[in-house]
Design a binder for this molecule. Sequence first.
Ligand SMILES: [Zn+2]
Length: 438
Amino acid sequence: MNFAKNVELIASPTNSGCIDVLVPRCLIGNGQDVLGASIDHEGLCPIKFKWSDGTISSIKGLKDSSKVPTEILLPRFVEPHAHLDKAFSWSRFPNLKGSYQEALAANLSEYQLRSKDELLFSIEKSLNLAFVNGIGAIRSHIDSFGKTAISDWDLLENVKTKWRKKIFLQFVALVPLDFWQTYEGELLAQKIAFNGDLLGGVIAPPFNKKRMFKSLLHLVQLANRVKCDIDLHIDESQSCPAAGVKLLLEVLGHVKNEISITCSHLSSMGLLRENAISHLAKKMARNKLKVVALPLTNSWLLGRKDRSTLIKRPLAPIFQLQKAGVVVSVGGDNVNDAWFPLSNFDPINLMAFSMPIAHLSPWDRLGLSPFTTSAAYMLSLQWDGLFQKGSPADFILLDSNSWVKALSERPKRKVVVNGEFLNELPNDKNSTLTNSES
Ligand SMILES: [Zn+2]
């Protein structure tokens, strides 16, 4: 199938176009645009879609039901939780047993020996892949507790600037929580706040409750003082269900908090009883906590027990959280490192693999939003990911006319950035772009 057959590029300006496509109804911002248009059983709506000067200029429902478009249009994706700094380090530091403890040990060894070139290799390879796969924004956690932390963050700032027009980047300093109470922690926090990035850390059992309370309280106070947000690896475990988030809520009862806090993982919360989940979820909603669920790494790492297959798996209780009003997105987490050997910064792959694990369906609004609008909200992006007149022409086109085919067949895709097709973008000498179709 010739993928370009429905594309009718207007000669000038180049970042304009008109195309007939299928769009998930729940991603169309203004219902007036599609009044009377049909919606198929997978929630896809046939649309005539126009853009001009990098902005959507018109969205109209197609009335002629005899001509069904052959492509699905989606916003460029947002990856709410990545680890660009260690991606593709598997060959240097594998973890063949696949357990959390062994991943942690391999990660620490890798971090101690990580050179600037290796750091840059991981980041650049990840960004190039993410870009051609249709990702437009990434929040990445960065190991930041060693002697090289400050110089690593200088390098990250350069990367952020260099990639600014292609991928919006947001970084989170990943450190042991106590680190924020040190002089080095204070310096790093100020630098991070200045750059608009986030403070992070890990809360996983077993922990000393009194000491952890003190560390968390200090972190929340510090983040409010320097005015930057927090994203924590919390309760990535199969034991002590939700112990970390319960402690976080206790801390929030002692301090005035005005910054945004994201709970990444929250896996063990899914092991609580139903009414305890519901009670906790409501409390989280009242405290405006956000959640990034990470089904792939949770399924791979957690609860391993020699030759005994665990049936009840730890995973953030996505539906119950959504029901309580907590915004939940789904992220990819690790790529080809000691924590997770597979994956490749492909958002369609992420959907195809995490949907069966988490029982999310792309034709349900709340099944699709964790991959689209909620992820955009998580990163406080200017564009919420809904298509309407005036929104940026930042999208991907999948050569497929159904969700089931799109998630099964690895369809060809085209990426449009600021109204221009990726293979038509001017070459950037600083980064080696390879179109996934070439
Ligand atoms: Zn992570």
